[in-house]
Design a protein around this ligand. Structure first.
Ligand code: MN
Length: 244
């Protein structure tokens, strides 16, 4: 029921037609599944991937997607739920409520709440058939806060490449409403009170080796370059508009 409530709330907030999709909770259209992880509503359960595991082939191979979703991300969700129980937090605590005070919790909570949130966002930041460039109000904000798209892409790539070891590159909206680019180690993210980057994550890139090693081995730059072709700019723009 929590999923259904969240779905209804999101659908209503998003102004999407309810139509006949209420009976299709296990097979949501991609557009509605995307909206289900808008700011403010990431519960502890994994939501279904918004596309089949082979949908991003050949740039992200099906085996990597499968292992990433069913093993790595599933473990974050499970360990998060264990930590919520151990630390006596509600089992339906949202990441958006938990992460801003994560410094008050255990290392296990930090790693797994971050890991769960980041991956739920990551799947939806990719699509096999999105527009290849940002658009609308998001495009205007990138141009004004960061610069031309080539500059955005160069700086985002630098953030991904300069992150030593495991972590994430981010486009996020800081607490002043400005778009920023940066990276965090491990499974940290800009929602966490202990992160030097603070704000709402809009676009996240997983640069852990488990995200690319089977296909790209040590070639992170090639992975990052190809990943740009998969960015779901429609989703990122929705998050930007919702974060206003
Ligand atoms: Mn990952």
């Amino acid at each position: 029921m929590a999923d259904r409530r969240r779905f209804l709330k999101t659908t209503l907030q998003g102004g999407l037609a309810l139509g006949t999709s209420l009976g299709m909770a296990t097979a949501l259209p991609a557009r509605i599944a995307d909206a289900a992880t808008g700011p403010g509503q990431t519960g502890p359960d994994q939501t279904p991937l918004p596309y089949p595991t082979d949908a991003l082939e050949p740039l992200i191979d099906a085996r990597t997607m499968d292992i990433h979703y069913t093993k790595h991300a599933a473990a974050y969700a499970k360990n998060l739920k264990d930590a919520l129980a151990a630390e006596k937090l509600a089992p339906d605590t949202t990441m958006e409520r938990l992460l801003p005070t994560i410094s008050q919790h255990s290392e296990k909570m930090r790693n797994n709440a971050g890991g769960h949130y980041n991956h739920e966002l990551f799947w939806r930041c990719m699509t096999p058939n999105g527009p290849q460039e940002p658009n609308g109000t998001l495009l205007q904000a990138i141009l004004s806060d960061i610069g031309p798209i080539a500059t955005f892409r160069q700086r985002f790539t630098e953030a991904a490449m300069s992150r030593f070891g495991s972590g994430w590159a981010w486009l996020y909206r800081d607490t002043q409403g400005k778009l920023k680019i940066g990276s965090t180690p491990n499974q940290d993210n800009p929602l966490m009170d202990l992160s030097p980057l603070r704000g709402t994550p809009l676009l996240g890139l997983d640069v852990w080796e488990h995200a690319y090693y089977l296909k790209y081995q040590n070639r992170r730059a090639e992975y990052v370059d190809n990943w740009f072709k998969l960015v779901n700019w429609t989703f990122v723009a929705q998050r930007f508009d919702a974060s206003a």
